[in-house]
Write a protein that binds this ligand. Structure first.
Ligand code: ADP
Length: 435
């Protein structure tokens, strides 16, 4: 609950108010005078914004007065931020967009790499918001399967953004894969189903390539999106496997349009975190981490994940959704999972069989009690052809709320009413206990 007396914060130009709010606490914030933004999205004057379970910065270019109601676990003003370098980065990208418009070319393709908790997602939001503020339609590619900024954790996604990123909800309201939500453009989502790319590198790479292919095709057809470019948010893996994935991503998304430069870049910058504003002409830019970026522990991540799942089915306090409960028989669906073979020790594989072969093997799973509380991804596929189904995008998600083993039935939550029209559902490692 919020306190009745607000705390007043006066920010000088280029300062930011950093606040952290626990999950069970609500904090209300109001911009009274001046201008301010949260990760690139401008705040409206005298509009109340509510935050819960968030760590944010309210930044001002020209100074402002802010009122805050409620108890923040952390609250302070910082006068040193890397925002000037971030806006300069945006201006450089905008020049590329102008060039792309003049030459009928392609907008910048930026990949943001670095370890976990250095501000990659926050920077992505800023670059996207600044582009949106200039009426661009940038595509946001989220390769961080542990978080699921756009849809659910466990997915690799891409969405052309057309609306401003919501201050309170992040990407939640501007791009959701819930079929009932009024998102302008449906995100492309592929189900990976594991928290880290390391869990099944082969599958991750396959899906990343598939996503890149779909994005490239979509951009060919959409001029405004093509000229606006792509912002790619990556996972925080920066060991040898991580580099391999980054190198593959650069290639798949043509972040660097030149083969030799691409190999030079991967060789030269293997130890650096940076971003590349895309072809033609390549740049690798090292950007400073903001002092405000907060390290998130496992409990916080798990909480964020739960919140994300909850929002998928129930919406947020601002835009509530009422999910539908549906009763279906075991025989009505085919539940699949990938890479069962990864669990088998090499010694258990037939002689001569490459362990990796089984990493993308599709395995049928018998429905049963073990599905209780699982979140399953509904594939858009209409038939089960192993090579196709893996690369088919998602229609949405369902949550198994009850299992009636004796009657061979399950009760599930879904954002749409009635029977789910698609029968192939992916089982990953995502579980959720409704609260
Ligand atoms: P990464 O994507 O590299 O893992 P994030 O961008 O998600 O990192 O940032 C980690 C956490 O720090 C997030 O909760 C984010 O909201 C928070 N954060 C980022 N920048 C700031 C800042 N300037 N002030 C306060 N919190 C911040």
């Amino acid at each position: 609950m919020t306190q009745s007396e607000p705390k007043e914060w006066l920010l000088d130009e280029e300062n930011e108010l950093r606040i952290e709010v626990e999950f069970d606490v609500k904090v209300k914030l109001r911009l009274v005078t001046g201008t301010a933004e949260v990760f690139g999205t401008e705040l409206g004057q005298n509009v109340d914004y509510e935050f819960s379970g968030r760590k944010i910065a309210v930044f001002t270019w020209h100074g402002c007065k802010i009122l805050v109601w409620g108890t923040c676990s952390v609250e302070y003003i910082a006068n040193e931020t890397p925002m000037t370098s971030y806006i300069n980065m945006h201006l450089a990208l905008e020049q590329r967009r102008v060039l792309a418009t003049q030459n009928n070319g392609q907008g910048p393709r930026v990949m943001i790499v670095g370890p976990n908790d250095v501000g990659k997602t926050s920077l992505s939001k800023m670059l996207l918001s600044y582009a949106l503020r200039q009426n661009r339609q940038p595509t946001y590619v989220d390769l961080d399967c542990s978080e699921g900024s756009i849809t659910m954790p466990g997915c690799l996604t891409a969405t052309p953004l057309t609306e401003m990123i919501d201050v309170e909800e992040g990407f939640g309201s501007s791009a959701t894969s819930a079929p009932t939500a009024g998102s302008a453009v449906m995100p492309l989502a592929y189900y990976y189903g594991f928290p880290s790319p390391k869990d099944n590198v082969k599958l991750y790479t396959l899906l990343l390539n598939r996503l890149a292919h779909s994005v490239n095709r979509r951009l060919e057809e959409d001029e405004a999106a093509r000229k606006s470019g792509i912002i790619i948010d990556t996972n925080g893996l920066i060991d040898a496997t991580g580099y391999e994935i980054i190198a593959n991503c650069i290639k798949a998304f043509s972040v660097l349009g030149h083969e030799r430069l691409y190999s030079d870049m991967t060789r030269l910058h293997q130890k650096k975190a940076g971003a590349a504003p895309g072809a033609p002409g390549v740049a690798v830019i090292k950007l400073a981490k903001s002092g405000g970026v907060v390290e998130r522990d496992n409990a916080f991540r798990r909480h964020t994940q739960n919140q994300k799942i909850r929002e998928y089915f129930y919406g947020t306090s601002k835009s509530e959704l009422a999910p539908y409960s549906t009763n279906i028989g075991y025989h009505e669906v085919e539940i699949l999972r990938v890479g069962e073979g990864t669990l088998a020790p090499s010694s258990a594989l037939p002689i001569g069989e490459d362990r990796k072969v089984s990493e993308t093997q599709v395995v049928k799973v018998e429905p049963g009690e073990h599905l209780l509380h699982s979140v399953l991804a509904v594939s858009n596929a209409d038939r089960m052809v192993e090579s196709e189904i893996l690369e088919t995008n998602l229609a949405g998600f369902v949550y198994i709320s009850e299992i009636h083993e004796s009657r061979k039935k399950m009760i599930l939550l879904s954002p749409c009413p009635g029977k789910i029209p698609k029968k192939y559902w992916w089982l990953g490692s995502l579980k959720w206990a409704e609260d």
